[in-house]
Design a protein around this ligand. Structure first.
Ligand code: ACO
Length: 440
């Protein structure tokens, strides 16, 4: 571990292999589990560790986000997620995640101006959109256009320069909302709407999505606050699949926009960010509370691929604190848009009740996660399910850029390069050994 790390070495772990004892340092975290530093294991013992899915592996040291999965705690830079959701706004949270502490009034004002002034996209970007099919998933456009941005900013290609790195992070956060809104507009066949500098980040995103060339969208403060809270709650979540993807891509020194495009790709899957779309579609498929038991049985059946989407989490073995906040907001938003008794919200709360009383879900500690209620709010705001993961991606650019910056600035950062347990063929002679499997 490098000298500037806050971790304190206390104990040692002993590993006995073939009667030989090896010792490895244990580092304590400021909160949460300690880690055994096995970085010297291979050079000492010529053996690797095996941990599919990294269920027991810390891939890096980080000071950004802390999760206590048993207690259902989530903190950004030490600040509780509920506190931030109630008192802060998304751009302040971006600043907190990237720079490490809360900005003062003047710093925040300046940072907001900087983000606002980066929301415009180069006119050439429109050409990229023209190449997509209209029925393409907006996440496909998000991946493609985010990656394409790596060809635009020749003034910030040096990731070894702190100023250029910061410029790249601001561009990524600011432009992601414009790209997301454009992907939506393109998919519904409407003209792109330019960002407006007098609006907040969340108001501006709603404006770019819902204004059209014939009519200005009047942004409601209730919906703008709900949108902003959704962005805050999705901003970071320590070393999840997409963040680890960004770090791994970035560890080779790749262009930051390309790294973020890799993160967007990873987020898209239904086991990760794609679960918000899948959760709403699942609720629509279940249709009514009278079908809940049938679907709970399907979720418990090992021979059925069906899973309760928006339920379960690698880290949370308790209620996801983000889901708690979203459940409350969903009621507020539905009331605001004039939906009195939303059948989908009723179905979701009934499903949650049944699952939380079921032995299978209790024993496996499966609780609603962030994706269970977010779709209900986004649908009430007016978004189609295909846009839910795009909105998640826009928010997560905050965490991805903060984690990417932390990685680049880490003095012990190296290229990420996991090893494997090889179980393939031994030496084969070309021309002598022909596969029989190949013809099956
Ligand atoms: N429905 C039914 N059973 C489930 C569910 C679920 N939603 N989630 C987990 N389980 C079961 C698994 O089948 C497994 O059973 P087993 O021990 O008998 O094999 C056990 O609970 C443990 O689950 P794993 O999948 O091994 O846990 P893992 O940490 O690998 O996966 C994950 C976590 C991917 C989130 C999983 O719970 C899941 O697929 N949930 C549904 C998709 C979802 O909501 N994803 C969003 C996660 S939050 C986010 O990324 C923003």
């Amino acid at each position: 571990m490098s000298k500037n790390k806050s971790s304190i070495k206390t104990k040692k772990a002993k590993l006995i292999i073939n009667n030989h004892t090896y010792e490895f340092p244990i580092y304590n975290s400021t909160e949460g589990e300690s880690v055994i530093d096995i970085s010297k294991l291979h050079s000492l013992a010529k053996i690797f560790t095996y941990d599919p899915g990294f269920t027991s592996t810390a891939s890096c040291e980080s000071k950004i986000t802390y999760i206590d999965g048993d207690k259902g705690i989530l903190r950004y830079r030490g600040f509780d997620i509920e506190d931030l959701a109630n008192k802060s706004d998304f751009i302040e949270v971006v600043n907190l995640l990237i720079y490490g502490d809360l900005p003062n009034k003047e710093q925040l004002k300046k940072y907001k101006e900087l983000i606002t002034r980066h929301t415009l996209l180069h006119e050439q970007i429109i050409n990229f959109f023209q190449g997509f099919r209209r029925d393409a998933h907006p996440m496909a456009m998000m991946v493609g256009v985010m990656g394409a941005l790596s060809s635009f900013y020749q003034d910030s290609l040096d990731i070894g320069d702190a100023h250029q790195r910061q410029e790249a992070t601001r561009r990524i956060v600011a432009k992601s909302s414009t790209i997301g809104a454009m992907a939506y507009k393109y998919s519904i066949g409407q003209s792109f709407i330019s960002p407006k500098n007098n609006l907040s980040f969340s108001e501006n995103f709603l404006h770019m999505c819902f204004s059209n060339t014939a009519e200005e969208y009047k942004v409601s403060p209730v919906l703008a606050k709900a949108m902003d809270t959704i962005f805050i709650l999705h901003a970071d979540h320590e070393q999840n699949a997409s963040t680890s993807t960004v770090r791994l891509a970035g560890s080779s020194g790749a262009n930051p926009f390309a790294c973020i495009a890799a993160g967007v790709s990873s987020l898209w899957g239904p086991a990760h960010g794609g679960a918000n779309q899948a959760a709403l579609e699942m609720l629509e498929e279940i249709g009514s509370s009278k079908n809940i038991n049938k679907y709970i049985r399907k979720a418990k059946n090992k021979n059925d691929p069906f899973k309760l989407m928006g339920f379960g989490h690698r880290v949370y073995k308790n209620y996801d604190p983000r889901a708690k906040i979203l459940k409350k907001i969903s009621r507020k938003v539905l009331k605001h848009v004039g939906v009195k008794n939303d059948p989908i919200l009723k179905l979701a709360t009934d499903l949650e009740k049944v699952a939380l009383r079921d032995k299978y879900f209790i024993e496996k500690k499966l609780y609603p996660n962030v994706d269970f209620y977010s779709g209900i709010i986004l649908r009430a705001i007016g978004f189609p399910p295909e846009m839910f993961t795009v909105i998640f991606a826009i928010a997560r650019t905050a965490g991805w850029t903060a984690q990417w910056t932390e990685m680049i600035e880490d003095p012990i950062q190296k290229i990420g390069r996991p090893r494997q347990l090889y179980t393939g063929e031994k030496f084969m002679v070309y021309g002598k050994n022909r596969s029989k499997k190949n013809t099956k």
